[in-house]
Design a protein around this ligand. Structure first.
Ligand SMILES: O=C(O)CCC(=O)C(=O)O
Length: 258
């Protein structure tokens, strides 16, 4: 990371990287997501009227092999390596948000929540590092992620949302760009358009943090298939209290993007 990026990230809690997915890979992933969106449309139609018009598929990595290269995206890996202590992949999901689809505001540095925890101690440390890919353009006013820059360092609990309204910044994104952010930063979203908002989200955490669901062996099959010594294998390893369960690669990235 450049000094400028470090400053921006540390002060704001996020960084937007454009063209993070190679053009051919973006097309290929979107073809795969077309299939998922068809299924999501059926699931969406089955939702009760009052439900949030969103369909989310958790643990998508174990169900969609085309996403494997994204785990070690060379455009993102250096940021993971620099800002997450002995990183591993924790969660993966894809979301489709229809008009009115929302994520209610959550997080804030205080009161502190261990699994989110962002701090600085000689370098940036995250417990939850969000890697949020826009798979379609999200133009200004079209339901980009809304964030309160700097709230990952807030010393006071967040007041009611009415009071915070003016503090949110909406982040438009081009298809194939990625928003890196600390989950300690307050964030929310609302799709106000008739386009289906399509995003892929990966969460990375330090090796000491367990998976939210699926147990330690969540990625065991993918781990076994991954090349020896690769970043992919390292990121898919099982968690451990304080020991490494697989050696960290010396090089920055051993994967090639499709
Ligand atoms: O899908 C969204 O807009 C919100 C994502 C989110 O809340 C998260 O990544 O923690």
């Amino acid at each position: 990371m450049t000094p400028e990026e470090l400053y921006h990230y540390d002060v704001n809690g996020y960084l937007l990287i454009e063209d993070a997915i190679a053009p051919d890979y973006l097309i290929y992933l979107n073809e795969r997501l077309d299939v998922w969106e068809k299924r999501a449309l059926q699931d969406f139609r089955a939702l009760p009227e009052s439900a949030n018009p969103e369909v989310r598929y958790d643990d998508i990595l174990n169900q969609e092999p085309s996403l494997l290269d994204l785990v070690v995206n060379p455009k993102v890996l250096p940021y993971i390596d620099e800002m997450v202590d002995r990183p591993r992949l924790k969660s993966t999901w894809v979301t489709f948000k229809w008009n009115g689809g929302r994520t209610v505001a959550h997080s804030n540095h205080t009161p502190s929540v261990t699994h989110n925890f962002y701090h600085f101690n000689g370098r940036i440390h995250h417990n939850l590092f969000q890697v949020f890919y826009a798979m379609r353009d999200i133009h200004p006013g079209e339901g980009g992620l809304q964030v309160i820059p700097g709230s990952h360092k807030a010393n006071y609990p967040s007041p009611s949302e009415d009071v915070l309204k003016d503090m949110y910044v909406e982040i438009p994104m081009k298809a194939g760009s990625v928003l890196l952010f600390t989950h300690d930063m307050r964030h929310a979203s609302l799709n106000t358009t008739d386009k289906v908002r399509r995003t892929i989200i990966f969460t990375y955490c330090p090796g000491v943090i367990a998976n939210s669901f699926g147990g330690d062996a969540l990625y065991q099959r993918l781990f076994e298939d991954a090349p020896e010594g690769s970043w992919l294998k390292y990121l898919l390893r099982i968690p451990h209290g304080f020991l490494e369960t697989y050696p960290k690669p010396k090089e920055r990235c051993t994967a090639t993007m499709k």
